[in-house]
Design a protein around this ligand. Structure first.
Ligand SMILES: NC(=O)c1ccc[n+]([C@@H]2O[C@H](COP(=O)([O-])OP(=O)(O)OC[C@H]3O[C@@H](n4cnc5c(N)ncnc54)[C@H](OP(=O)(O)O)[C@@H]3O)[C@@H](O)[C@H]2O)c1
Length: 289
């Protein structure tokens, strides 16, 4: 396979932006980044024409409806972007015989497990956003069995909106904060996921057969409270943190108690080394301070 020109949607999101930063280190690829204005995923009918215009050798879809709580009421739009458009892009990639990489979430699982989710663990979305992503996965694979889906979790970056940046802001503004301490997961630095994605492009160019579902999250696991404590420590901030239960912090969309993804498949099949979330967090905070 010879991938040179890569079309990346979601240019202004955390992952889209990190792929743009990482891309500078890989001049052999020509990355073309499109934002919502250039390629609106809520408009499935236009996608084929837009992709044809750029004539890419591969498509990476980082764009998504990521407002988890709002998705509970904005059902139609969330579904159009996360399920229907993903299936359409998969079908376009099949017609053009080019690789298609898209991303999904730990929220496709019910959150009740007590050991890490495998790539083939039964889908049972914890909320409507999770359902849109689960249906997006299945519809994309039905359209195009070569679709590459990377599920990830608890994404942070120095760019965009995320838990790390929100915590740093709140810890500066307030003397004390309550943080949910009974939900477990794996934080993911979008920069590391961006590099893993480019490694997939390189592996495809080397002729490696890659398709189906993979999990990528930084190594280790923690709770939101543990994550906040580490942010406070690494950013050198003063604030009293108190662990509370999920019941004490109700949200419109249910959150999983346990959402640890097992990442062995991507590590073993593709030889991708995953840094610990603490090391990744330090890198991100160093960028922010
Ligand atoms: N963030 C997380 O914690 C998390 C966790 C698990 C999985 N994921 C998945 O990982 C992937 C990357 O997420 P991220 O953290 O980079 O998300 P993000 O920062 O929220 O970025 C999403 C991007 O999608 C764009 N977008 C939204 N609606 C669109 C539309 N109709 N057409 C085109 N673009 C549209 C947004 O555009 P605007 O900038 O114009 O709003 C935004 O730039 C997504 O598939 C997401 O579901 C994320």
């Amino acid at each position: 396979m010879s991938i040179q020109k890569v079309l990346v949607s979601g240019a202004n999101g955390q992952l889209g932006w990190e792929i743009a930063q990482a891309a500078k280190l890989f001049p052999n690829f020509e990355f073309v980044f499109v934002d919502r204005n250039a390629m609106d995923l809520s408009n499935s009918n236009e996608l084929s024409g837009i992709v044809s215009l750029f004539a890419p050798d591969a498509i990476i879809n980082t764009a998504a409806y990521t407002a988890v709580d709002k998705a509970e009421t904005e059902n139609e739009l969330a579904y159009a972007i996360n399920a229907e458009a993903v299936a359409t892009l998969a079908s376009i990639a099949k017609q053009k015989n080019i690789p298609f990489i898209t991303y999904s979430t730990d929220y496709v699982f019910n959150g009740n497990a007590n050991s890490p989710y495998l790539t083939d663990t039964k889908l049972d979305p914890v909320n409507f956003y999770g359902k849109t992503k689960a249906d997006g996965e299945q519809m994309a694979l039905a359209e195009n069995e070569n679709t590459i889906i990377i599920r990830t979790s608890w994404v942070f970056s120095s760019h965009g909106n995320n838990f790390v940046k929100t915590m740093m802001r709140l810890m500066k503004e307030r003397d004390a904060l309550n943080i949910v301490g009974d939900q477990k997961g794996r934080p993911t630095y979008a920069k590391d996921l961006a590099h893993a994605t480019i490694q997939i492009l390189i592996a495809l160019n080397e002729g490696k057969q890659i398709s189906g579902i993979y999990h990528y999250a930084n190594a280790g696991e923690t709770t939101w409270f543990g994550f906040a404590e580490k942010i406070k420590d690494l950013a050198g901030l003063e604030c009293d943190l108190k662990a509370i239960t999920s019941d004490q912090f109700p949200t419109p969309a249910k959150r999983p108690n346990y959402s640890v993804l097992d990442t062995h498949k991507i590590e073993n099949d593709l030889g991708i080394e995953i840094p610990s979330w603490e090391i990744a967090l330090k890198q991100c905070i160093d960028q922010l301070t």
